[in-house]
Design a protein around this ligand. Structure first.
Ligand code: SAM
Length: 279
């Protein structure tokens, strides 16, 4: 069998790019966001988790946060993107993260297997967010927990006045027109368009909001624009409809903490983040 070097994997393994502030937060912020805003678990509960599944782990940055938050756990990090292979050797070096290439619709694990299933920013990129939820929640043990975060309809349609109109217009133009075309076009068309949009947006966002006083590079903007405009699906959900999914499967739900988020990061929390505990 041919031996594949780490350098070869890093060069050829997958599509996503990554660095310290990809997906907006650095390591310390990322851990606080997960621990204090989204999960809000007692130390005792965190320490009781010995097997965690991170679904849609991308480059595995979040799996590393989970490893620090759940100090006694092994973390199985799954993604269908070959970026997992690219990140795989680094993740394996932690001795506690185990990368797996798989679709969340065909997870190669027994049902009722994990103490905690974690899935942030992934389900809304599938053909059916609810079916995707059903596929991963099956893996949660009795008495276990699941965290999901998905796009919220209210974030873009709940804003009033001119600002609301502009946000609405932005979503319409970008997600009804640009994203469906870009996500289906070949990369020789998609890539230059992504770079072109990034060139326009980079000066506008590099020193704004959470990016102020940080080394937000052009490559971070490109990654953000790619994340926004190239997924084939990007569904926005309503708070109540997501609660129904948890209710149907007998979970008690605790909700994310917008106030803690505002105190930590200075602006409003977006999306729907729920922890469900099986009862
Ligand atoms: C926006 S990224 C989020 C990555 C990570 N959770 C984070 O926040 O850093 C969405 C990820 O979901 C993965 N994904 C999308 N559909 C998937 C599926 N059906 N099965 C497994 N992973 C999937 C993509 O490959 C991508 O890495």
């Amino acid at each position: 069998m041919r031996k594949v070097s780490k350098q070869h994997l890093q060069k050829n393994g997958g599509g996503l790019g990554d660095d310290e502030i990809t997906f907006a937060y650095d390591k310390e912020q990322g851990i606080k966001l997960h621990k204090d805003v989204w999960l809000k678990m007692s130390e005792q509960e965190r320490e009781s988790k010995t097997l965690v599944l991170d679904v849609g782990c991308g480059f595995g940055k979040e799996a590393k946060y989970l490893m620090e938050i759940f100090t006694k756990a092994r973390v199985v990090a799954v993604d269908l993107n070959l970026a997992v292979i690219r990140a795989g050797l680094d993740l394996l070096e932690t001795n506690r993260i185990f990368p797996v290439v798989s679709s969340l619709f065909r997870l190669p694990f027994k049902d009722l297997f994990f103490d905690h299933v974690h899935c942030q920013g992934v389900l809304h990129h599938t053909f059916s967010t609810e079916k995707a939820f059903e596929s991963i929640e099956k893996k949660v043990k009795k008495d276990g927990s699941i965290f999901i975060w998905v796009y919220a309809w209210e974030d873009s349609f709940g804003i009033k006045g001119i600002r609301g109109f502009l946000v609405h217009l932005y979503w319409f133009v970008s997600h009804r027109i640009f994203r469906p075309i870009l996500s289906r076009s070949p990369s020789f068309i998609r890539t230059p368009i992504i770079y072109f949009i990034s060139l326009i947006f980079h000066p506008l966002i590099k020193n704004r909001g959470i990016n102020r006083n940080r080394e937000w590079k052009f490559q971070n903007t490109v990654h953000g624009i790619r994340d926004m405009f190239t997924p084939m699906y990007a569904e926005r959900l309503r708070f109540n409809e997501v609660l129904v999914w948890f209710e149907k499967k007998d979970y008690m739900v605790s909700v994310q903490s917008p106030l803690t988020y505002e105190k930590l990061f200075g602006h409003r929390l977006l999306g729907i983040g729920y922890v469900g505990r099986r009862y």
